[in-house]
Design a protein around this ligand. Structure first.
Ligand code: ADP
Ligand code: MG
Length: 703
């Protein structure tokens, strides 16, 4: 057995968390900082200086040489610029270590190269990072040594959000304010704050690093652009929850250890459906912390994989033919005194506050299904959502038998009088205990499922930041709460008014509820009848960001301005076009420099063989057939390559924006598929020795 350790000892040891602050900061400073964290009060510079000094001393004790403002620009990944703690040398030639309050609170990276979608022209390169004191600083240890990382938000000179964090924090404020209004109506006078909690389940693939290096497509795009299916895929379901192999177990152990040290509550790990696919889930946390932690999870998976001679693939669809990866975003809202507003209790039909919250969520998701769909759109997710794989691109809500029944009672009779019970699960084996059953079974096909006391948004891409989806969830639900409170606060008879409103919302938004099989063709037809949007691709999803209803809502709750939304839409079109352009160019490169030359060589070997076998007087019909087939596919490959090169050149010559992205989606993408087909067919008939790169079988079955 390898090294053992006590989790409780190492958990959070590299985090400047509450207990460290309490221990190291003067009482008054600690109190001011807590006020800032809990109530959003401003911090004066003198206090910030004290905090910065203590943070620096603590980090240096941990071996830190540098600090960085750790932020999340619109690239989907985190960014950082490192500064060492050293100050100018003194007369005696020595240096002191310094870190001021100003440096803690504000950073000014040269922001000109981050995507801003026209918000910040390059000559106006100023962008500021500002300390997000609600997410604790931590020391990260890697090949660069130890670095103090300070979670920050990133804004332009004029205050526009250039990152994922700023709108997330704004949306958390919006839902806090509106949820407080709602619970006050029900007589809650004690809760001071309502926070959305998020638990993201992260899926990923592991492949051998040596094989990864032989695949240009994995190197440049994170997914395979060619590859025939091996004889076995995932049809036996023998990988899902299977015993974790030793090489992977050793990797997981190190991942957990690294994550625990920086305070990430890595909790669950298991093998996923596809071969070489795995999952890691933390315990849920406040949305902004969950977002930061998910970034840390993704970075740690990648870093530790390298240390174990593997590569971690976070792409949504690394391999055609087996499942891709996603991120289930579990979401709930809880008061500071621990009341989960999504907890139905044992008898949901009597829980009026819960029923109002629930029907508000139905309304929010129905009204803004397009925005929610957009929040999960990314080039990789186009291979999953609405393509050959789950979840479907149509947003619907799964409530389960119990809640659906309550809703049904409300709609038909105007009052809910009873709740279905879970009962006991009888195992039929006398030595096994009968287990208490949930009142509701699970539904794996729904993109938005109620799972006990939380909603699970299952569309999010595995590589994406979870900030975007949570900004949308927080804001659309804040809007629904606000609309409800506007009505209820004015009502003379609250009891009657709330009853009517619940019934009204349940009736008006019933169409969004679907408890059946979301993967079936019947559902696609049924959803169309109900008028639910079926948005099949990223380019079709992006316009949702700038509709009048979206702009009105985001501006009302101060989450995004119209300019910010327009810039985000622009960035997304650009990102899509760039991603497909890189994929197309990689295919062109691989086909011209690796695949076609390998096939030419192979046909020559075949032809030589045919000649010598013929000379020996034997039958060459099989060799001749293969040569003919291979040569035919080679010609198809060459033609498809020419077509792809032409259409890619045309696309990259277009002006950046919506039309260009649409052209990449319709024409370039189709040409890529057309090139892939003959190449995959060739892989099936050409001698394995002659194939210029590891196969799917090598990659996913031999990690
Ligand atoms: P599954 O069986 O679907 O994998 P789990 O019960 O393992 O679901 O939970 C998945 C994630 O949901 C975990 O990150 C967990 O911490 C999180 N979670 C559990 N309860 C809540 C809640 N009330 N709010 C938000 N997330 C939650
Ligand atoms: Mg899970």
């Amino acid at each position: 057995m390898s090294e053992v350790f006590n989790v409780a000892d190492i958990f959070g040891e590299d985090v400047f968390n509450d207990s460290v602050m309490q221990e190291r900061l003067p009482k008054k400073v600690y109190k001011d900082l807590k006020k800032m964290i809990d109530e959003g009060k401003e911090l004066d510079l003198a206090t910030a200086d004290v905090i910065a000094h203590e943070m620096k001393e603590w980090a240096i004790e941990k071996g830190a040489t540098h600090y960085t403002h750790w932020f999340q620009p619109l690239t989907g990944v985190t960014a950082e610029k490192h500064d060492s703690f050293i100050s100018a040398p003194m007369e005696n030639g020595k240096v002191l270590m310094s870190f001021s309050g100003k440096e803690l609170i504000k950073g000014e990276p040269d922001a000109s190269s981050f995507p801003s979608g026209g918000l910040r022209a390059t000559f106006e390169a100023r962008g500021y990072t500002a300390w997000d004191c609600t997410s604790p600083a931590f020391v990260r240890k890697d090949a660069a040594g130890a670095t103090l990382c300070i979670p920050t938000a990133f804004c332009s000179y004029t205050g526009e959000a250039l990152d994922q964090k700023t709108p997330l924090l704004r949306s958390m404020e919006a839902i806090n304010e509106q949820a407080l209004r709602l619970i006050r109506l029900f007589g809650n006078t004690t809760s001071k704050k309502v926070t959305p909690s998020v638990g993201p389940e992260q899926e990923y693939f592991l492949v051998d690093a040596e094989k990864f290096r032989q695949r240009k497509d994995l190197i440049y795009t994170g997914r395979t652009l060619f590859g025939a299916m091996p004889p076995k895929g995932q049809e036996l379901d023998d990988h899902y929850f299977g015993t974790i192999r030793q090489r992977i177990a050793a990797f997981m152990k190190d991942v957990n250890k690294e994550l625990w040290k920086v305070g990430v509550t890595a909790k669950t790990q298991h093998n996923e459906v596809a071969p070489a696919q795995h999952e890691l889930a933390p315990i849920y946390a406040a949305a902004n912390i969950a977002v930061d932690h998910n970034q840390l999870v993704m970075q740690t998976l990648k870093r530790v994989a390298c240390q174990h001679g593997m590569k971690c693939l976070l792409h949504e669809k690394p391999f055609a033919g087996v499942n891709g990866s996603g991120k289930h975003n579990n979401w709930s809202i809880t008061t500071d005194d621990g009341k989960n507003l999504l907890d139905p209790g044992k008898t949901p039909h009597e829980n009026i506050q819960f029923l109002l919250v629930l029907t508000c969520i139905l309304k929010a998701v129905d009204t803004h299904a397009d925005l929610l769909r957009e929040s999960a759109a990314d080039p990789g997710n186009d291979h999953r959502l609405g393509a050959n794989e789950a979840p479907p691109a149509i947003i619907s809500i799964f409530l389960g038998e119990q809640l659906e029944d309550v809703l049904e009672q409300l709609i038909t009779t105007g009052a809910a009088t009873h709740s279905l019970k879970g009962g006991k699960l009888h195992t039929g084996v006398s030595t096994l205990p009968d287990v208490a059953k949930d009142a509701t079974d699970r539904n794996r096909t729904s993109p938005f499922a109620f799972t006990g006391n939380k909603f699970e948004f299952r569309m999010v891409g595995s590589r994406d930041s979870i900030a975007g989806p949570n900004v949308v969830l927080n804001t659309i639900i804040a809007e629904a709460f606000s609309d409800a409170c506007d009505i209820l606060e004015k009502a003379d008879d609250f009891g009657a008014a709330v009853h009517d409103l619940i019934k009204q919302y349940a009736t008006e938004h019933q169409r969004i509820v679907f408890n059946g099989n979301g993967y079936s063709d019947e559902w696609v037809k049924e959803a169309e009848k109900r008028g639910l949007p079926n948005i099949r691709s990223m380019v079709e999803a992006i316009p949702a960001l700038t509709t009048d209803k979206a702009v009105r809502m985001f501006e009302k709750f101060h989450v995004f301005t119209r300019a910010e939304l327009e810039s985000r839409a622009e960035i997304k079109y650009e990102n899509y076009a760039k991603a497909i352009n890189i994929e197309a160019k990689t295919m062109i490169d691989m086909a011209s420099k690796q695949i076609i030359p390998a096939i030419i060589k192979y046909t020559k070997t075949l032809a030589d063989t045919i000649n010598s076998v013929k000379a020996a007087g034997a039958d060459v019909s099989v060799q001749t057939d293969i040569l003919r087939e291979v040569s035919g596919l080679l010609a198809d490959t060459k033609n498809a390559l020419t077509a792809l090169s032409e259409v890619t050149a045309k696309a990259s010559g277009m002006e950046e924006g919506k039309e260009q992205a649409e052209f990449y989606h319709s024409d370039v993408f189709a040409a890529m598929e057309a090139l892939r087909a003959p190449v995959d067919a060739l892989e099936m008939i050409v001698d394995k020795e002659a194939w210029p790169m590891p196969s799917y079988g090598d990659l996913i079955f031999e990690v």
